[in-house]
Design a protein around this ligand. Structure first.
Ligand code: 3PG
Length: 394
């Protein structure tokens, strides 16, 4: 794929797909990370003489105009983050969009209305892709976190205009390639989360690629059940035990070492302040549930991390939303951060809850790279082709 360095932008209208699908509460943006991260691309395009026209979705309006999902509500946060005037177009295609682009000065940023207000967006309708393409001379995709969607604004339009990856897209692709494409070995993956069933493709792909796979969270319980361990009333998918055994076999054949908890934190119930204790994994009482990995498990993970050159992380190791069940995630994340800062580890993390968990540990800023993506990060880790990235390569 081309980058902004490979394409002439002077005097061009640059249709720039970004992901500013940010969390909002009471009309205010509560986390501006995704907005802040597009600044390098916006600044670079303007510095090279291009006019920036932002194309993006917000939430899931399902092809209808839903006023509460208007991107106009994001415009103030965008102005504050970029320090530039934002000209909002209440339409993402047609005459109104063209008028907004004409009205904007060369140092302003045009923001088009939510692309998902059009039913053709999620269907990747060629007519809608053509209507987007009619607005600009060049298409830049900076929305790695939406690249798993084959939509008109992420895939269709890329086929109609000269195209390049934006700076954030470039950084994401480079970091992910360093973690799983051509990584420094040994490679360790940490995968947590509630369910094996939602991460089957992920586990299957990882055991073929990494040297060590640490499994935590509720999904570790399913693997323990598969090994005949009593997990009491823990969250576990008992009908997935056979699948878990197959993954263990596949790992063994591929030379991937699986790390499961050797000790666990158990409690009678999952609530703040519930009495908890640490027991060997073989001693979970029938009436208790496993809510975190224990200190011996964490010591083992830290030791493995210390031997590895690359770490890729998705999902918390325990029920990290409620203390003290965040202890294993926090301790392991801090060790990864420390090794990274000491120059001994390349650490990449992403996906849903993961960034929140690493932030809670105060470790996120010390990782080599934190992806802005949720679903796209997972699909990429699963070894799937991302349509938005594939279209950039065409
Ligand atoms: C995300 O928030 O992960 C992206 O913006 C994609 O959103 P979607 O899951 O609604 O397609």
């Amino acid at each position: 794929w081309k980058t902004l360095d490979d394409i002439a932008l002077a005097g061009k209208v640059v249709l720039t797909r970004v992901d500013i699908n940010v969390p909002m509460e009471d009309g205010r943006v509560t986390d501006t990370t995704r907005i802040d991260k597009i600044a390098p691309t916006v600044e670079d395009i303007i510095a090279r003489g291009g006019k920036v026209v932002l194309l993006a979705h917000f939430d899931r309006p399902k092809g209808k105009v839903v006023p509460e999902m208007s991107l106009g509500r994001i415009a103030p946060a965008l102005e504050a983050s970029l320090g530039r005037k934002v000209v909002f177009s209440p339409e993402s295609t047609g005459a109104a969009a063209k008028a907004a682009i004409a009205e904007a000065g060369p140092h302003d940023v045009v923001l088009l209305e939510n692309s998902r207000f059009h039913p053709g967006e999620e269907k990747n309708d060629p007519d809608l892709a053509a209507a987007f393409a009619a607005l600009g001379d060049i298409y830049v995709n900076d929305a790695f976190s939406a690249a798993h969607r084959a939509h008109a604004s992420t895939e269709g339009v890329a086929r109609l205009l000269p195209h390049a990856a934006g700076r954030l897209m470039e950084a994401e692709l480079k970091a992910l390639d360093a973690a799983l494409g051509k990584p420094a070995r040994p490679v360790m993956a940490v995968v947590g989360g509630a369910k094996v069933s939602t991460k089957l493709d992920l586990l299957g792909n990882l055991v073929a690629k990494v040297d060590h796979l640490a499994i935590g969270g509720g999904m570790a319980n399913t693997f323990l059940v598969a090994q005949g361990v009593n997990v009491g009333k823990s969250l576990a998918e008992r009908d997935m035990a056979e699948t878990a055994r197959e993954i263990l076999k596949k790992a063994e054949a591929a030379g991937c070492r699986i790390h499961l908890p050797v000790d666990v934190v158990v409690a009678q119930e999952f609530r703040a302040g519930a009495a908890s204790r640490i027991v060997p994994v073989s001693a979970c009482p029938d009436d208790a549930m496993i809510l975190d990995a224990g200190p011996e498990t964490v010591a083992g993970l830290r030791a493995v991390m210390g031997q590895c050159a690359t770490l890729i992380w998705n999902g918390p190791l325990g029920a990290f939303e409620i203390a003290p069940f965040d202890a294993a995630t926090v301790a392991a994340a801090r060790e990864a951060a420390r090794l990274t800062q000491a120059g001994q580890l390349i650490s990449v993390a992403g996906g849903g809850d993961t960034v929140a968990a690493l932030n809670q540990a105060g470790a996120a800023q010390d990782f080599t790279f934190i992806s802005t993506a949720g679903g796209a990060f997972l699909e990429w880790m699963e070894g799937k082709e991302l349509p938005g990235v594939a279209a950039l390569l065409a």
